[in-house]
Design a protein around this ligand. Structure first.
Ligand code: ATP
Length: 466
């Protein structure tokens, strides 16, 4: 059996909802392939549960499927035979048959039911109010269309809003869990694998890594029969129409256009025309808007930059999609050579920064830093950028950092240039400043000696050589 990785916080939350007295209604949502169903299946193992997977078929088909599951669960062949039954009637049956032991009812792909019947959320609300909420049930609604889940269940004006007792927005796995999928890989290889695949469990699962990164890319991404070859296309086609504009937009960002006006210029359209597309991609968790972590009013900030919110999508739009023609003509070598030439400078070195930020946060959570970082990100202005800025919102201490994924040892000048940039950061109420520097290839002797004398400077060799 496959190993189930992480999700400890989410499982703990579900257990606490399950063990509380009385009914509970939890919404689980998140982008496709992120592991929502796997989380639910892990949670309901060895518990009394009805797991219903809704489909895009007509409503009557969904009702019939649900009816069969319920009939099987309660071992009631009479229910199975009833024709033209309604949702209300099935739930009436359920409530009449629940005993003292709590049961879990899961509706997975909840969005499909809302699509086939726009008043499904209201129907369910009525069922909840009139029947389920008096019973010992734990209802889980799960869906991948983030904006639909937000509108149908989590929005203030939605019928189910006040009924839910909790929600989980499931995120991709963090870098530190990749070794569970690739136990043989070195730390450096894991950085590469994370840069190529990100933290979406499905992608980690299907990538058959045999120790040679480029050969594995050839086999698992550039191969026309592989799952990942056209995955971004499937991902978008399922959720939106007019995917051409979305593809151009994502490609433009993957080419390094992160400002709205740059993207608009690159696509020769007016900025206002892009808003709708950008918002949809943010809803699908495929894009994110980043602002300097020091900004006081994030929504109002004019410094917003757009990034692809998934390493695999980013990799694919940079290195696969623009070469689709060559791949269709089986010119894989050409595409692979381009990846080999550019991947470190154009891709890995950026992902390395993300991984280092996660590392710094992890150190802080384990109390291995002299401050407790409660907010972490980057900082930039017109001319400069700082890779890591971690803020301790209680004490006002700040952690500044740089990350170098190069083959040269890092020397003291990097520290001086970091300090120079730090002097430009405008932060109120700051108290102490600390510095952290990550380097792939270590540090010069004199920098190590210098750091030994300094109390507020931490140097980290990462990845460790194996
Ligand atoms: N925590 C995990 N540990 C190990 N494997 C996982 C984990 N979560 C998901 N997977 C694997 O990833 C794949 C995708 O997961 P899953 O089907 O649960 O995603 P989903 O979010 O429900 O996707 P969709 O919205 O597309 O239905 C599955 O094959 C599953 O085995």
């Amino acid at each position: 059996m496959k190993k189930f990785v992480d999700r400890e916080v989410e499982l703990q939350f579900l257990e606490s909802q399950f063990s509380q007295n009385g009914p509970a209604l939890v919404v689980i949502y998140g982008r496709r392939r992120v592991g929502k169903t796997a989380l639910i299946k892990q949670f309901i193992k060895n518990k009394k549960a009805i797991y219903f997977l809704a489909t895009e078929e007509v409503e009557s088909q969904n009702i019939n499927n649900f009816k069969s599951l319920v009939a099987k669960f309660f071992n009631n062949s009479l229910l199975e035979k009833i024709q033209n039954i309604t949702w209300e009637e099935i739930f009436e049956f359920i409530t009449a048959n629940i005993e003292s032991e709590k049961i879990i009812i899961v509706i997975d792909e909840f969005q499909y039911l809302c699509k086939v019947n726009p008043s499904f959320a209201s129907i369910l609300q009525k069922i909840w109010d009139e029947r389920l909420k008096e019973k010992n049930v734990f209802l889980i609604l799960c869906g991948s269309l983030i904006n639909m889940m937000e509108q149908q269940v989590l929005n203030y004006s939605s019928p189910l809003y006040g009924r839910r007792t909790g929600q989980i927005k499931l995120k991709p796995l963090k870098f530190k869990y990749l070794k569970e999928f690739f136990p043989q890989a070195t730390e450096d290889e894991l950085i590469w694998l994370y840069a190529i695949l990100g933290g979406v469990p499905k992608y980690l699962e299907v990538f058959n890594y045999k120790g040679d990164i480029f050969e594995s890319i050839r086999e698992n991404i550039l191969n026309k029969q592989s799952f990942l070859y056209e995955e971004p296309l499937f991902l978008l086609e399922r959720e939106i129409q007019d995917i051409g504009t979305y593809f151009s937009l994502i490609k433009s960002i993957s080419m390094g256009n992160h400002k709205l006006h740059q993207i608009a210029q690159n696509l020769s359209v007016h900025q206002t025309r892009l808003t709708k597309y950008i918002n949809t991609l943010i809803d699908l968790d495929m894009l994110r808007r980043e602002i300097p972590v020091t900004e006081e009013y994030p929504e109002k900030s004019k410094k917003g930059l757009y990034f692809i919110n998934d390493n695999f999508l980013n990799f694919w739009f940079k290195f696969v999609y623009p070469f689709k023609e060559q791949l269709e003509l089986d010119n894989v070598e050409f595409v692979l050579e381009n990846i080999k030439r550019k991947i470190v400078t154009e891709h890995i070195s950026y992902v390395y920064e993300d991984v280092c930020r996660e590392y710094a946060l992890e150190l802080s959570n384990r109390s291995e830093l002299p401050l407790k970082v409660s907010k972490i990100g980057r900082w930039w202005d017109k001319n400069d950028e700082i890779d890591i800025v971690g803020i301790d919102q209680t004490s006002g201490s700040i952690l500044y950092g740089e990350c170098k994924y190069t083959n040269a040892k890092v020397d003291i000048d990097l520290f001086y240039s970091l300090k120079q940039k730090v002097s430009k950061v405008n932060l109120k109420n700051k108290t102490k400043e600390y510095y952290i520097i990550f380097s792939k290839s270590g540090f010069t002797e004199r920098f190590l000696n210098f750091a030994n004398e300094m109390k507020n400077l931490i140097l980290i060799n990462f990845p460790k050589r194996s």
